[in-house]
Design a protein around this ligand. Sequence first.
Ligand SMILES: Nc1ncnc2c1ncn2[C@@H]1O[C@H](COP(=O)(O)OP(=O)(O)OP(=O)(O)O)[C@@H](O)[C@H]1O
Ligand SMILES: [Mg+2]
Length: 226
Amino acid sequence: MSEIVSMKNICKSYYLCDEEIKVLKHINLKVYKGEFISVLGPSGSGKTTLMNIIGCLDVPTSGKYILCGNDISEMNETELAVIRNKEIGFVFQSFFLLPRLTALQNVELPLVYSGLPQKERRGRAKEMLCRVGLADKMNNLPSQLSGGQQQRVAIARALVTEPSIILADEPTGALDQKTGADIIGYFERLNAEGRTIIMITHDINVARHAHRTVNILDGQLTEARA
Ligand SMILES: Nc1ncnc2c1ncn2[C@@H]1O[C@H](COP(=O)(O)OP(=O)(O)OP(=O)(O)O)[C@@H](O)[C@H]1O
Ligand SMILES: [Mg+2]
């Protein structure tokens, strides 16, 4: 199986007034193509910090991170932005849709940098929205959609560039239980189609839908069967 994520001895510290705050401590993590893994941990344990590093939104203080064969530790900002756009589809707790753009325009947005002609971009965005069951809501603004529908738009947006990984930080955190279960159902379906998914959560009932769970506690990872 091919390795998508390989982290060796990753540490991340923040510095406040010269004081070092060690947030991630010697993290070792491998994720293989086609896996659905969850990272489970309580508030403040370092989940978002880890997600930001996996997603190349931030860089580690030390350690080695290889994403799809690329050594992230040696990349500059521009190179990180390119690899992020190519390999990662993000889904966030608070959706992060642009309020003045329709569902369709939101999904189309990541393709702006792809060099595809506009017609093809639109076609792909439509196809993704159909796949998440929103064919009849394409021209709605985010404010004209329910929370679950907004998260499905965000999933369509994450998928539209055909990334290597879907990286989701508390994707059900802002949703009621039933809507959250629907969203997890989408992830399960996507994974069955071969997508690699890394889902971050503090909720064990959400985590157990993944095939493998790693626990994070006080910045340290331990592997456990869900
Ligand atoms: N920029 C920063 N400067 C200093 N400390 C930070 C910074 N960002 C995060 N931290 C600290 O790092 C720790 C981990 O934060 P992180 O956001 O990764 O936690 P989390 O597991 O995602 O929590 P939650 O479930 O509440 O989202 C916390 O103690 C936090 O205070
Ligand atoms: Mg967090």
